[in-house]
Write a protein that binds this ligand. Structure first.
Ligand code: CA
Length: 315
């Protein structure tokens, strides 16, 4: 037995509890706080450029509706795929809002967004390389390919473009400090087998009715599903709610998912740990962190508040 390995802290869209998600300041803050990995979500523009945005839409985090009022689709949404990179660069980026335009997290950083812009995937990897060079602490990256099947329907095969960027920045082997994540199990099989990619891969697991991909997540969480996953990926990124059950009187009970995944040699990096948005049955983030670290022994987690997760690990 080697020394116990400390769980890794993945800054979810940067230190997004404190600054608007996926902006450079949010990434720099997460780095300074000591996060082990910085997350990117990657979406393709009209001119096939890759940008770092969580949604295939622009309307929840930018002023796109004010700047380009006539460019929404029939469903009223503004799609990244309908805008060129240069148009997207003209947008301001603010804290996430809901469909009514109200802040999702009112106590987070609220501003007009004038001070923040969208950037490309390459620009972010260059930014992270420069940060590591100036500060000296190594940090990993944790990029997600968003909706690969939807992108294909929109006329772009996003995955090879995404892998090319990683290669260009030297992320080229299994030991490279990167985890590639995706909700689409078929795409991960394609990456591993057809595209012959050796990078560490993470299968994200959500609810089937979220419509993230055609993947059957209920099946993936079974013993058979986990065994099959272990042929392709290095770990799973499950929704935190799948890790436990609530019994009568509010008692929290391990669902067994973490140990079942560990039994197949899979790392477990659940999402998303937020001080201001806790899953049912937990009163504080600290209580939740204590449960997943000390009782379940997760290998890492995605959090909007990397400093709080690191403080809990160091306690
Ligand atoms: Ca993500």
């Amino acid at each position: 037995m080697g020394l116990p390995i400390r769980p890794v802290v993945i800054a979810h869209r940067g230190a997004s509890g404190y600054l608007p998600e996926h902006t450079f300041p949010a990434k720099a803050l997460a780095y300074t706080m000591g996060a082990d990995y910085l997350e990117q979500d990657v979406v393709a523009t009209h001119d096939d450029e890759l940008v770092v945005l969580h949604d295939i839409h622009l309307d929840r985090v930018t002023n796109v509706a004010a700047l380009f009022p006539d460019r929404q689709r029939d469903d009223g949404r503004y799609f990244v795929r309908d805008f060129t990179l240069s148009e997207i660069r003209s947008l301001h980026v603010h804290e996430r809002t809901n469909s009514q335009g109200e802040p999702v997290y009112p106590n987070r950083f609220q501003s007009s967004g004038e001070e923040f812009r969208v950037h490309t995937f390459s620009e972010e990897l260059a930014f992270i390389a420069a940060l590591q060079n100036s500060v000296g602490r190594p940090v990993g990256i944790y990029p997600e390919i968003k909706n690969p099947e939807w992108h294909r329907q929109e006329g772009v095969d996003i995955t090879p473009l995404f892998l090319d960027v990683l290669l260009k920045f030297g992320y080229d082997s299994h030991s490279a400090p990167v985890y590639v994540q995706c909700f689409d199990d078929q795409e991960l099989i394609r990456i591993r087998e057809l595209l012959d990619c050796d990078l560490k891969l993470i299968q994200l697991i959500g609810e089937n009715d979220w419509g993230e991909a055609k993947t059957d997540y209920d099946e993936l969480r079974t013993a058979r599903g986990l065994k099959r996953l272990s042929n392709t990926v290095d770990g799973i990124g499950p929704w935190v709610n799948f890790l436990y059950r609530q019994r009568s009187g509010g008692r929290i009970e391990d669902s067994g998912l973490v140990s079942a995944a560990h039994g197949e040699g899979l790392a477990v990096h659940p999402y998303t740990f937020r001080r201001d948005d806790l899953p049912p049955g937990f009163e504080t983030l600290s209580e939740l962190l204590h449960f997943v670290f000390d009782e379940l022994s997760v290998d890492g987690l995605f959090t909007d508040f990397p400093d709080l997760a690191i403080a809990e690990i160091n306690r």
